[in-house]
Design a protein around this ligand. Structure first.
Ligand SMILES: *Cc1c(COP(=O)(O)O)cnc(C)c1O
Length: 408
């Protein structure tokens, strides 16, 4: 019998074996010394398993976090990074090269989309398609396609790709399927069930949950056969092929690029993660109540939240996540009143960022999606008056009352 998620979360680290401390120890050392020089050599040659070397490649504290994330994702191994973007950029730069082709959704996180422009500059072709429809993904595949990348729930549109259909397509064609699980987190979705080979989580958001620690992680689910992946360096094509992909990301992506998570941040993320299920359940319930309330308000033109029956992928959200998570977006009927309404709100903080304990509000076109221009915004389905809400832990009644007075 396996324990429920909330039970596993509070016991996940196992504490500190030396003194019985209930938290995993924070290891600040950069250097790790060895009794015998043979042991030091073994660290470099991969024969001294589990030993540490230089903290840029990980510490005993980040290793605990990696183990917990791996368990939550049902994977075979994980690598932690300083931020979600450090994890994503390490993944793409390590596994793709000039001449390769990547298929992705036209609706991805703004900075990820911006990073894809860098990839294009480096000679990687990128196709952005309507990932809600697996036929569009199939039509975009070329002989050079190496990878398909989607987010479980698009930020900020809340649209949900055909995660299952794309997984089946990737299996059929032998493509690496990479899923960004940030908005749902492993508490709502394990992308492994759709056949994702790699899963990325921005630990900053749902998992850490308090807006006071940055982090990211990549998990290998064990679903992808790395033996057939052409971009693995010869040095990492040794031993069991199961470990090749993660080994290359750790060496080329973490060691060489250096976007390393600190032990202190790993500790804060582990503490935040203890209440993951509690926070997510509460903020999802509040988000649904608020979404229903706003959808019925005469001043609101549209509310985008997956657990509303009107959402185009409502059935997918119900079947796959069982919840809508903390993110929603809305549009006012009178766009000219947007600033006034936001300024009148008392509780939501006018701030970027997601999955804090406090509700955050931001109009996305003049901020996060400003740099790309109006044409690209339209292509990504970002309405000019779209407002993103990250619902926190305030009482639903307080948030609803606050919106009522601001919209009055
Ligand atoms: C925030 C976010 C990221 C980047 O994570 P950081 O930790 O902020 O670098 C990536 N993907 C999604 C969907 C996000 O919301």
């Amino acid at each position: 019998m396996s324990d429920a998620l909330s039970t596993r979360l509070v016991h996940a680290t196992g504490g500190d074996a030396q003194f019985g401390g209930v938290h995993a120890t924070i290891h600040p050392s950069v250097q790790y010394a060895h009794e015998r020089v043979e042991d030091l050599i073994g660290v470099f040659q991969g024969t001294n398993k589990g030993a540490f070397n230089y903290a840029r490649q990980g510490t005993p504290t980040t290793a605990v976090l990696e183990r917990v994330v791996t368990e939550l994702e049902g994977g075979v191994g994980s690598i932690s990074f300083a931020t979600g973007m450090a994890a994503l950029s390490a993944l793409f730069l390590t596994l793709l090269k000039a001449g390769d082709h990547l298929v992705t959704s036209s609706r991805v996180f703004g900075n990820t989309n911006s990073f894809f422009q860098t990839l294009e500059d480096l000679g990687v072709a990128v196709s952005r398609v309507d990932a809600g429809d697996v036929a569009a993904v199939r039509a975009a595949v070329r002989p050079q396609t190496r990878m398909v990348f989607v987010e479980t729930m698009a930020n900020p549109s809340t649209r949900i790709p055909d995660l299952e259909g794309i997984g089946a397509l990737c299996r059929e064609l032998g493509l690496l399927y990479v899923v960004d699980n940030t908005v749902t987190s492993p508490a709502l979705c394990q992308p492994k069930r759709f056949g994702a080979g790699l899963v990325m989580n921005s630990l900053t958001k749902t998992i850490a949950g308090h807006g006071e620690a940055l982090g990211g992680a990549i998990t290998d689910t064990g679903c992808f056969d790395w033996a057939g992946y052409p971009n693995i360096f010869a040095a990492y094509r040794k031993g069991d092929a199961k470990g090749w992909g993660l080994q290359q990301i750790r060496k080329k992506g973490l060691r060489d690029m250096g976007g390393t998570l600190s032990s202190e941040a790993a500790h804060r993320i582990l503490v935040g993660m203890e209440t993951l299920e509690l926070r997510l359940t509460r903020s999802s319930d509040t988000a649904l109540a608020l979404a229903r309330h706003l959808a019925a308000h005469p001043a609101i033109a549209a509310v985008h939240y997956p657990m509303l029956e009107s959402h185009p992928e409502h059935q997918r959200a119900r079947d796959w996540f069982g919840s809508g998570s903390w993110m929603m977006a809305f549009e006012l009927r009178d766009a000219a009143k947007l600033h006034e309404v936001i300024n009148r709100l008392r509780l939501p903080l006018k701030a970027t960022g997601l999955a804090d304990t406090r509700t955050l509000i931001i109009p996305v076109a003049p901020t996060i999606f400003w740099e790309m221009g109006a044409e690209a915004r339209a292509a990504m389905g970002i309405a000019e008056g779209l407002v993103r809400l990250s619902v926190g832990l305030e009482a639903a009644e307080d948030l609803m009352a606050d919106f009522d007075q601001a919209l009055a």
